[in-house]
Each structure stands twice: as structure tokens, then as C-alpha cells.
Design a protein around this ligand. Structure first.
Ligand code: FE2
Length: 110
């Protein structure tokens, strides 16, 4: 876990602010979530095997919270990547896009 946290700190110190750095930081955070998911999932299973039902239930709840955090990070990462992809598309094809806009159907008012 210490190494994973250092990895995130390295990304912050070595790269300038950019959508790419944000994506790398999200990936680093997801590594932490996956580490936690493995740990809580294993502990939950051990608790079940040992007949510690209450502990197993609490560990399962925590595991679900970690999964939810991971899914949220995936949503953020995908939206960052989509925004970045849209930007680079516009930068690569400004003429094609401006032709498309002027030649396209006009929007209805309102
Ligand atoms: Fe977490």
C-alpha cells in the first residue's frame, strides 16, 4: 500500500497538470481500491470459514463500499478520457467540423 501511495505522489511531482495526469492519478487510486478489495474480500472469506458471521457481514459491507468507490473512479476516468478524445478530435479536424456545422441542419429555436 505504501508503494501504491508513493506511485500517486510520483505522478503528481513528475507530470504537469493535464487530463493525462488526472487519468494516471485515477488509475493509481484504482490500484489502491483493488488492493483494498482483495484484502477485504479475503478477510470476509476467512471470517465466513471461521463462523464469524457478524464480522463477515461487516467485511462484506466494506468490500461493497470499496467496489462502489472503484466504479465511481471508472466513471470519472471514462468521462475524462471521453472529453479528452473529443478535444483532440476537434484539434485534428477543425475544417471538417466547421464544414459539418455550416452544412448541417439548423437547430430549432428553443
Ligand atoms: Fe477505498
Amino acid at each position: 500500500m505504501q508503494g501504491l501511495l508513493e506511485e500517486g505522489e510520483d505522478i503528481i511531482s513528475e507530470f504537469p497538470e493535464s487530463p493525462a495526469r488526472d487519468a494516471a492519478l485515477i488509475a493509481a487510486a484504482q490500484k489502491v481500491e483493488h488492493y483494498e478489495m482483495a484484502a477485504y474480500g479475503s478477510a470476509r472469506t476467512f471470517a465466513k470459514i471461521l463462523g464469524q458471521d457478524e464480522a463477515a457481514e461487516m467485511l462484506e459491507e466494506t468490500l461493497e463500499e470499496e467496489k462502489a468507490a472503484d466504479e465511481k473512479l471508472t466513471e470519472i476516468a471514462e468521462s475524462v478520457i471521453n472529453v479528452e478524445a473529443a478535444k483532440s478530435q476537434q484539434e485534428e479536424q477543425p475544417i471538417a467540423l466547421s464544414k459539418k456545422r455550416s452544412g448541417g441542419r439548423q437547430r430549432a429555436a428553443g
